[in-house]
Every structure is written in C-alpha cells, then in structure tokens.
Design a protein around this ligand. Structure first.
Ligand SMILES: O=C(O)CCC(=O)C(=O)O
Length: 266
C-alpha cells in the first residue's frame, strides 16, 4: 500500500511563537494533501541571531510549548509528526541537545534521535562550529512506521554513510536539515541521492531554504527521493511543502532486480 509523506521547508527566525505558527500552517497543508507522515526541518523551532540563543528556549524532555505544540498537532491531524530538530536541555547549562522527536497519530511520544555529527565549517567569512552549543548524540534512531522502518538522521549526518548502514535495512531515511547555501549547492542533492541508491530506500529531506534574520543563507531543496535515486519532488527555495508517495512494492522491485544489499561483504 502506498503512503503519502511530506517535508516542510521553512526559513526559521529567532521567534519560537512565529516559527510554531508557520509550522502549524504548513503541517496542516501537508495533512490536507493526504500526508500520513510529516517531517519538519532542522532548527525549525528557532534559528537564533546567535547560536547560543537556542539555549534560552531549550525544553526539558516531555514539557514545554514546542513539544506541546507537536504532540497536539499530531493528535489533532492524526499524523506521524517528526519534529525536525528542537533544542532539548542538556546537562551542560551552555549547550543543548539538537533532537528529533517523533509523535504518533495519537499524539504520543514515539521516537527520539539526537544529532550525532556536529557541523564544523570555515571558509572566507562563513564559519560554523556546532560543538560550541550542542552536545552530540550517541544512539541510532529507528522507528516502526506503517510502511516499514524509518531511519533518523540530521543534516551533517548525511556525510557519514556508516551511520545509515548501521541502521540496518529501512524503508525510509528522514533527514531534517539546515544545509548552508555554499555546501548545499555543491553537495546536497548528490549526497541525498547516494544514500537512497546505496541503501535502496526512500529519502525524505526537509530543509531550511532562504535568507534568515541572522544573515545565514540556507540551501533549501527539500525533496523526496525514491530507492532508484530519482528525485520525485523538490522545492528549491522559500517556505512550503513537498509531498510524495512511499511505494513499498517499488522498493521491493528495486531490491530484487539489483540485490546490492544482499551482496554486501562487510
Ligand atoms: O554538511 C553540510 O554541508 C551542512 C551541515 C549543516 O549545515 C548542519 O549540520 O547544520
């Protein structure tokens, strides 16, 4: 049976209430289009003026306006809501955990993944060092959805194929992201398609896509890719929704005609 999934693209700001209002509008749009599973982008809840701004709005697990919003919306719309990333409080008062929380159609907590690989990049006047404000995760995140297993990853994780191999076979990889314009233009699509091709699964990537109030420009290009590596739908820039179908029969056909997953030797 085919299922519709959706990726939400945002241009998040420093205001949590504004970002919640935008996410609310776009997730409702995705659900109205028939999506059973909706993915928000990395940093959807806050893209601060300074990296440390997220520490001030970090929530303890299980309480706070960001988590209340996601749980309530998943239940009201009857969808699987994969909450991109939100800042969870960590044991270090100066840092957060950059976390994806999953809510079931009943609005219950159904999964968690903390971003493992923290982005570092320095070129010209562009510089990022997530380890200054984020504590890295340690555990894989794999979720059971109606169409099969879903493997969770976040943004920079995309560059580490061993993470996806470690998940075991999954039907869908989700990747909330906030890729920079510079690195996204060069690497985003090719890396996403490679993960879909080598793991013979669907890849759903929800991105930030535009010029943010903090002056950071993100690449966008939220997309759904099928197990053959074909881009099924994409949104280049701006806020919006990308929808498409997961077709388990198509995935099985790819795996049977090209049994590369069975030919692994290590
Ligand atoms: O890997 C990249 O080029 C971008 C990663 C990134 O922006 C992030 O992890 O937040």
């Amino acid at each position: 049976m085919r299922h519709t999934v959706a990726a939400i693209q945002m241009i998040s700001s420093p205001s949590v209430p504004d970002n919640i209002a935008t996410a609310d509008r776009l997730v409702r749009h995705a659900a109205a289009a028939g999506a059973l599973l909706v993915l928000l982008p990395e940093y959807w809840a806050i893209m601060g003026i300074n990296d440390a701004d997220k520490v001030a709005v970090a929530e303890p697990l299980g309480q706070g306006p960001i988590q209340d919003f996601m749980a309530g919306l998943a239940k009201e719309l009857g969808i699987w809501l994969i909450g991109g990333t939100l800042p969870l409080a960590s044991s270090d008062p100066l840092k957060v955990v950059n976390t994806t929380l999953v809510y079931s159609p009943q609005g219950e907590s159904a999964g968690r993944y903390d971003k493992i690989h923290l982005f570092g990049f320095s070129q010209g006047n562009e510089s990022y060092n997530e380890s200054k404000t984020i504590v890295p995760g340690k555990n894989l995140g794999v979720l059971d959805a109606p169409f099969g297993k879903v493997g969770m990853s976040v943004c920079y994780d995309l560059r580490f194929p061993e993470l996806f191999r470690a998940m075991g076979p999954v039907s869908l990889i989700v990747l909330p992201a906030a890729f920079t314009y510079t690195t996204g233009q060069a690497h985003w699509e090719i890396l996403l398609r490679a993960r879909a091709i080598e793991n013979q699964c669907y890849v759903l990537a929800a991105a930030q896509g535009g010029m943010h109030p903090n002056g950071r420009r993100t690449w966008g290009h939220s997309m759904l890719i099928d197990p053959w590596g074909t881009v099924k739908s994409v949104l280049a820039e701006g806020e919006g929704v990308v929808t498409g179908e997961i077709d388990p029969a198509f995935m099985e056909g790819v795996r049977q005609s090209l049994p590369a997953l069975k030919h692994r030797t290590m």
